[in-house]
Design a protein around this ligand. Structure first.
Ligand SMILES: [Zn+2]
Length: 79
C-alpha cells in the first residue's frame, strides 16, 4: 500500500465517522450534507486495502469521484 493510498483510507474512515455524527448547533444544511455523504460513502466503499476498486462504480479504481466528493462533503474542514 502506498503512503498516499493509506492517507485515502484514513480520510475515508474519518469521513464515515464524521458523516454519522451530529453536534450541538449543527445547521440543517450540514446535517443533510452529512446524510448524503454517509449514503455515498457506503455505496462507494473500497473493495480491499491493497488495490481497492469501488463497490459502487462497477470495479472502477477507488477512490472514485463520488467517494472523493463524499469525503470532502463529510468533513467541513476540507471544504
Ligand atoms: Zn464509486
Amino acid at each position: 500500500m502506498t503512503h498516499n493510498m493509506h492517507q485515502q483510507f484514513l480520510a475515508y474512515e474519518r469521513a464515515v465517522r464524521l458523516s454519522g455524527e451530529t453536534y450541538k448547533g449543527m445547521s440543517g444544511a450540514e446535517r443533510s450534507f452529512r446524510s448524503i455523504a454517509a449514503r455515498d460513502l457506503e455505496e462507494h466503499s473500497p473493495s480491499d486495502q491493497n488495490t481497492p476498486t469501488c463497490a459502487g462504480c462497477d470495479g472502477a479504481a477507488w477512490p472514485c469521484d463520488t467517494a472523493r466528493g463524499a469525503m470532502s462533503l463529510a468533513d467541513p474542514h476540507t471544504n
